[in-house]
Design a protein around this ligand. Sequence first.
Ligand code: 13P
Length: 251
Amino acid sequence: MRKKIVAGNWKMNTTVAEGVELAKAVVAKSAEVPADVTLIVGTPFTHLCPVAEALKGSKVELSAENCADKEKGAYTGEVSAAMVASTGASWTILGHSERRQYYGETDEKLVEKTKLALANGLGVIFCVGENLDEREAGKHFDVVTDQTKAVLYNFTAEDMAKVVIAYEPVWAIGTGKTATAEQAEEIHACIRKVVADKFGAQVAEDMTILYGGSCKPSNAKEIFAQPDIDGGLIGGAALKAEDFIAIAMSY
Ligand code: 13P
């Protein structure tokens, strides 16, 4: 069965105290969200332990925003998948365009990160998406196809049960510009076909594919109504519990 998911990506926002407050506010409102919608909050590494505590006993799940491409050892400043799992988090976001763009995240590194996340029992929210030049050149289908194949084709159909894909057009992230529901749907359908080509129709049918990019309470309903869109990865609007919950209630 395909899961509906609304996940927040807090990015590099909030202090620990502010993050705990935000998590508590999300928990307080989470009972309003239909039971078949999984809620996830993705927080900075520093917030994982206290936010895990704040989420205890609630339906809200916890994600990191990244993990290291190495298991352990002399990698100053890195945080391993095992460390993330030990905080109580059950997910990590990987391959976000901001990490690809600013921190040199390559497909090769993402294969290693995905391997380690899965080996440590974490679910992976794997991000793909074209930038504005690529969209204007008509390359958007090719870009998301290549990004998906380059990483996920190294894994098995069983692994895919722990993977969620997020389509985030870079030109729509934090810009207030959203892909139209039609633009998002055609890319989601393309991604689902790429999954089907390697892992079979059933795995593709069961794969949750999220939309991200200026998703907000006012546009979530139309986006989530598309047949191949199974929820959202929410940036700015996830920093307000009210908006995040309103988006989750848009199903
Ligand atoms: P915004 O919702 O702020 O556009 O960010 C989307 C995103 O990058 C989520 O990962």
